[in-house]
Structure formats: C-alpha cells, structure tokens
Design a protein. Structure first.
Length: 412
C-alpha cells in the first residue's frame, strides 16, 4: 500500500511516501488516501501514527507523508491510532489550518477521526480509510474534542500565578485598517510583529497571542515552580523573598523588552508600505504591568491570561505614545520591582472600566552616569542585557520623587 509519489491533479503539490526497505509483511490498520476518487489517488499506510507536512522533522520514512506545497506547514498535522480504544485522532499543527469534512479544526487539539473522513491541507485532499476505529468515544487524549459539532470532554486547567506582561498597541489602527487593503495590511503587520518576536525571544518572553493589532507578551514568575519544590523546607519569609526576587526578574525582563521594542518599531515601520493616519511610519504604544493573573489554554494553544493587571497593561498600551505621552508606560508595581531603568513619574490616569486611578511612570534607558537624574541614580544600574537575570534576594524599593502621583489625568 505504499506509494511512489506523483503529481496531484491540478499540478499544485507533490505527495511522497517512501515505504521501508524491509520487505517484511505488516498488518496495516488504516491508510491515508492522497487525491481520493481521482485517477492519481494513492494510499499511505498509517501503522500507529503518521506525520504529514513539507518536512516532518523527527519522523522516519514509515511515519511521514511529505507534501510539497508552500501552503503546507513543515509538520502540518499528525494522525494517531489508539488500538486499545479502537479510535483514531487528528491533531492540526499548522499555520494555515486543516479542514475536516469542510470544517476548519481547532489548532493543537486532538480531534476524533473516523473512516471516510476527508481532510484538506493547502491544495491537497486526503481521506482516512480503515475497517476499524469506529468505536464510540469513551474518552481520549487529554484536552480533546471529538470533531466539529461533537460533544467535548475537555476539562480546562486554570492556574493563578504572578507574572509581568507587556502589551504593544498600534496607534490609529482602526483608521489604518479602514484605508488599507486587507492583504497588504496583513503582510505589513506580519513583518512588524516578526521583528518584535525576535526581540521577545532575546528577553525570554512568551507571546501569549496577537489580539487584533495588539502584541501581548508575558513573563511568568519562576518562583511558583521553586516554591512548589521547596515549600516544605522553607519558611514563610524565605518563600516571600523568593517570590519578590522572581517577580523582579520578570518585571525587569518585561520593561527591557518594551523599551527595546519602542526603540526598534520606528526602524521597522520605516520600511513598511502601510503608514499611520498622519502619513508617517506606524507607531506603537507599550504598557507594562505585573501582578496575579489567571492563565488557561481556553482554545487550543491560545493561552488566555486574565486579571486586573492584564486589563491595565492593555489600557496603558492604548494611552502610550498618544497625546504627548512617552511610548512606554509602566505601573507603580513594575516601578517598585524593576531596577536598571530611567523612570519618570507621570500624572495618574483613569482607565476605562476601573474605579481606581492607575499611578504610572514613563520607562526608558538609563543615561550615562554623568547625565543621570538623582532619581535614576538612586535606582542604579544599567539597562539589563537581553534575557532574564538570575534570582536575587529581597531588596527594598529605593525612594523616588513622584510629583505627579495622585493627580488624575484624562485617559485620552
């Protein structure tokens, strides 16, 4: 049942499967048919699992189906067989998505696959065929749903943890989107966000998700893992010190990322064809906050982070870089945790949906020692190098002059 490759109808893509060199017979429980119901259809055996994609790194020849199509990801999907439960499962791992019987499936969530089901990836159509794997669902891999419109048995895990977060928001995006072709807009935003992801990687942040025109990154406090391992032998004071040090590490990484991103965006935007409503390069504002947040993978690999600190970070990103404000705004909690930056107190702001005002500061690189303001010198140090610093012991926050603290300014 192996296939020797071949051109698919329409000439859009090649599908290649190389059977093992050994001639030993083996029971084949299922097959994926490439180009079903066409003159060129051919079958690829699914022995226990099969990876499908352009490269399928890590899969040997008998466990991969290579498809030459630029719209197909390096590893686009996986099919796994559970002989004990007599069930088959499909997992999409792609950029452009997979359709199961005409419906787009959720990324990274195992979906029940049944004999006769048809898949489409890029320009290629596949069909799953077997005399088995028809058992009703009595369970499945953790975090599974059983196909479009079928009942879910997923129990989502929600954790509450302390973290720092940075949000970047494109100024005037609604007007930009209204005046720009969708494809052109997508290409330009993708180039911009690709540059931001490179910076994020240097600062060990995690991209939570893209929210429209917003870039949302998080740094989870490493103290949660350390405390869980050592809690029995640690005093309450030691645990608190570890948590403070871990939060400081996360906050400093978040601010370092936001400052570098704010400095880099103008250079990236200068090379983009999309301009802001005033005709200049696109601009972004950045908000940085820290505090407890609820974290859950609510939809596949899309990690959802909710909480007051998250809301504040998003709101500040919509204020930063507008109406004369600096490009990076941070909360007072971030200011108390992070060192190595020049912080400038600003009037407190009232953000939408929140009763209490938010005390904010502008954040930037420290000037050379001879030019630093007294408050910056009191905070000490230079801009952290990319990446997280090692954990440190507890420290007292240095006093700072907050002439604007407590004064309310309109949200703008």
């Amino acid at each position: 049942m192996g296939n020797d490759g071949g051109q698919l109808p329409g000439g859009h893509a090649d599908a290649e499967y190389r059977p093992p060199a050994s001639g030993a017979s083996e029971t084949i429980p299922a097959v994926l048919v490439v180009g079903p119901d066409t003159d060129g259809e051919h079958s690829v055996p699914v022995l226990d699992w099969l990876a499908v994609g352009r490269e399928c790194a890590g899969a040997d020849e008998r466990h991969r189906l290579l498809i030459t199509d630029p719209a197909v990801s390096r590893t686009h999907l996986e099919v796994r067989l559970d002989s004990a439960l007599d069930q088959a499962w499909l997992t999409d791992c792609s950029t452009n998505g997979t359709r199961l019987n005409g419906h787009r499936v959720e990324r990274a969530v195992p979906i029940r696959l049944r004999p006769g089901d048809r898949l489409r990836i890029g320009a290629v159509e596949l069909q799953f065929r077997s005399r088995r794997f028809t058992a009703p669902v009595r369970g499945g891999p953790a975090g599974t749903i059983t196909g479009p419109g079928r009942r879910t048995n997923t129990v989502r895990e929600v954790t509450v943890t302390k973290m720092a977060m940075a949000v970047g928001d494109i100024a005037g995006f609604s007007t930009i989107a209204e005046q720009t072709d969708d494809r052109v807009l997508l290409e330009n935003i993708d180039r911009l966000f690709t540059g931001l992801r490179r910076i994020l990687n240097r600062h060990n942040g995690v991209l939570s998700n893209y929210v429209g025109d917003a870039f949302f990154a998080t740094w989870e406090s490493a103290a949660m893992v350390a405390t869980a391992m050592d809690a029995k032998g640690m005093s309450a004071g030691a645990r608190e010190a570890m948590e403070q040090a871990a939060m400081a590490t996360a906050a400093e990484a978040a601010v370092a990322f936001a400052v570098e991103a704010a400095e880099t965006v103008p250079d990236i935007a200068a090379g983009l064809s999309v301009r802001d409503p005033d005709g200049g390069p696109m601009r972004m504002g950045w908000g940085v906050a820290c505090g407890p947040a609820a974290v859950s993978q609510m939809t596949g690999r899309i990690v959802t982070v909710l909480g007051d600190a998250t809301n504040v970070a998003f709101r500040l990103s919509g204020l930063a870089g507008r109406d004369g404000r600096p490009a990076v705004l941070v909360t007072d909690a971030v200011h108390r945790s992070a060192v190595g930056f020049a912080f400038t107190p600003l009037p407190a702001v009232q953000v939408k949906g929140r009763r209490q005002v938010v005390e904010i500061l502008a954040a930037g690189r420290l000037l050379p020692a001879r030019c630093q303001a007294p408050d910056a010198l009191a905070r000490g140090g230079a801009l952290p190098r990319p990446g997280l610093r090692p954990m440190r012991g507890p420290r007292r926050a240095a006093p700072s002059t907050r002439r604007g603290a407590g004064r309310r300014a309109p949200a703008g």
